[in-house]
Design a protein around this ligand. Sequence first.
Ligand code: ZN
Length: 364
Amino acid sequence: MPFSDFHGNADVVHTLREMLAREHFPHAVIISGPEGAGKFTLAQMMAKAMNCLERPVSDGLPDFCGHCLNCVRIAEGDALEERFAEAVEARENLREADKRETRILVQTHPDVLIIPPDPPQMLVKVDQVRHVIREIYYKPAEGRERVYIFSDAGFMKEATNALLKVLEEPPEFATLFLLTDNPSALLPTIRSRCMIVGLAPVPASEVEQYLARVRPEWKPRERDLVARVCGGGIGRARSFDLAAYLTARQDALALLLPAVGDAGHSALFQVTDTYRSGAEGRAKTEQLIRVLYSLLQDLLCLKSGVPELVRNRDIQPQLTRMAAEVDFAWIAAATQHLGEVESGMRRNLLRSLALDSFSTSLER
Ligand SMILES: [Zn+2]
């Protein structure tokens, strides 16, 4: 899967490859962009191009073959969520004392290290950066370039300070990638030592064309929905769980409909009763809340006379009827209540009751 398989942001990809061709690649690059825009995919592609044994050229610029030993081993890290889950599970199985000492790292090639945020805080910790410092000054073992990818660059304070030391004096043969959806959250001292490239969301029409190829089983209507809900995140769109989304949306509508006089409470209680405690219930509730936000946003778009921005376009007639029953104040109050449910969830309030009270609070 060469660079031509990267979707959107052709200019950014071109620039990075040109720098690679001129051997002027910066030692540290911040790739910023919304979730699913392809930050990690692009960093992995650069790692492959830097270390590919066959070094193919396309459009006059460096590419990667995808099948040499280096490409194949680096590609094992492409499925980052799986590698991350394996690393977390391996740590869970350690003795208590070792658990505390072990940091989450993903390494499928000796010269390419992925540093994910370390749970439970989901921030990069100082020991992870120390690990980088310990090995970054050794020459690459089997490739040409040592590559370090911070897949979600939020750092604990001590980790930031340690990272600054590396950024001040990086070795010739190493490149660091810091991936973030919010570069302004990084300290100016870090930003000033990195080159920043931004990935823009891919236009919905482009995401849709892409989905037509990779998810041919989806109907055009469904592809349109996914492209809009994912807001230009091509990675999100590819792995989108449409069935789970539709179920959550059905439930979200059951919560909103009594308020617009379109349904009774028995349907509501049947739905909220399925939102239980525990980790699974938590994930389910989080998705429900996300969908509720997107429906409230759609109602706002309809009330504001910009129906073209509606994301759940497949149920636009129903949303239009709902929008006619509510006003801006209602939408604002609903959004605020939803925020309260969200923070209540963090305090582990009973989910079904919180959802019931959210729904009844919307009735006037
Ligand atoms: Zn290769």
